[in-house]
Design a protein around this ligand. Sequence first.
Ligand code: EPZ
Length: 417
Amino acid sequence: MDKMIVGSGAVLNGEVAVSGAKNSALKLLFASLLAEGEHVFRNVPRLKDVESTATLLQSLNCQTDFEGDVFKVRVAKPGSFEAHYDLVRKMRASILCLGPLLAKYGQAVVSLPGGCAIGTRPIDLHLEGMKALGAEITLEEGYVKAKAKRLKGAPFLFETVTVGGTENVMMAATLAEGTTILENAAKEPEIVDLAEYLIRMGAKIRGHGTSVIEIEGVNSLKPAEFSVMPDRIEAGTLLIAGAITGGEVTITKAVPEHIESLIVKLRECGFKISATDRTVTVHPLKQCQAVDITTNPYPQFPTDLQAQFMALMCVAQGTSVISETVFENRFMHVQELTRLGADITPKSRVSVVRGKPGGLTGAPVMATDLRASASLVLAGLVAKGETTVSRIYHLDRGYENLENKLSSLGAKIRRSN
Ligand code: EPZ
C-alpha cells in the first residue's frame, strides 16, 4: 500500500494551481442523471472518488469518458435503479444519486452508507426532504427504497444545515410539480455550483447561496456543459502548507472569497495574506501565533480545513482551542499528530493545542481520513527528520497530485510502496 514520505526543512516558495473541486464535481456528475443525453464537465479532478462515481454511473447504464480534465457522461435510462452497497460503502456521496433517480424515473434503491471515520453521518434529512416532496420511502435490507409517481413541490425546513441533504432535495425538486422552498439550506459554494449547472440544464432555481432556496419544478431538463469550480479546501490546504513552512506561496486558479474564513484566521496568526480575483498569497512570517477556531457551515470556518489548521497550531506560539461543531468524531488526527510530538488534549468536540514552535519530530503515522491525511503531510513538512504517512489512499480520494504540487513548491515529499 502506498505511503507518503515527507522530509523536513524545506521552505515552500512559488505558485501552484488548484484543481476542480471534488465536492462539487461528484454532485454535478450525479445531477447528470436528471437528463438523458451527453453532458460535458470541464476542470474535473482525477481522484479516486471521481472514479467511484464513474463506476456507479456506469452501473446505471451511463457511458463515461474522462480525458484530460474533461469528463463526458452519456446518460440513458437505467436498466435497474439501484446503487449497490459495494459502491456506496466506498463513497458516501453515492447517496446523491437518490434525488435525481427518484425525480427522473420515480424510483431509486440506494444502499444506506453506514458510519464513517468522522462520525455516524445519518441521511435522515435527505429522506425527510424526499418525503416532504411526496416520495414513499422504506428501509429494507440495508437499502433505501424510494418511489413516487411524480414528486410534488413543497416547503421543507432542514433541522440541521446539511450540504448533501440540500443538494439531494434541490436536485429532486427540479422535476417536481410545483414550487419547493428549502429553508435553513446549506450555503456552501458547491451548492451554488450545482444550482448553476441545474439552471443551465433548464431548472428554475433562486436563492442558492442563501439559506432559502426556491425551486420551481419543470417537466424536463436537458444535458449541459459545465466547468467545475476550483477546490477551496485544496486551496486552503496549500495555503497552510506555505504558512507552516514560513514561505511565500501563491495559490492560483482559486476563489479567495471561498476561503475568507481561513484568510481571516491566518491574518490573526500574524501572516500577511494578499489576494486578487483568482489568486491568494501567504507571505513569510518568522513565528505564527496561536488562535482559536470553531468549525461551522459556510461561510464560517470549514470542518474540512480543521485538521490542516490544527497542524499549523501544533507549531504556533501559544495555545489554541479548536472546536469542531459539524462532525462529532473529527479529531482522529490528534493521536497521530501526538506521535509527531504535538501537545494536544482532545475532549469531546474541543481540542486544546499547546503550540511547540520547532517542536515536532518525524515518525511513522497513519492517515484516518482524507483531511487528517493532509494534516499529517503538513505537519511532516516541519517535523525534524522523516515522516512516513501510511494509508494515503485516503489522500488520493480527494487531492489531485498533492505530492507533485508540494514538490513543485520545493517540498521534500515522495510516494513509496
Ligand atoms: C459534505 O458532507 C462534504 N462531502 C464533506 O466533505 C464536508 O465535511 C461536509 O459536507 C460539511 O461541510 C461532500 O461534499 C462529498 P453534511 P455531507 O450533510 O454532505 C448531519 C471531505 O473531507 N446530518 O453537511 O455528508 C451530519 O451528521 C468531506 O471532503 C444529519 O444529521 O455533510 C453532520 O453532523 C468529508 N442528517 C452535519 O449534518 C442528515 O441527513 C453536516 O453534514 C445529513 C447530515
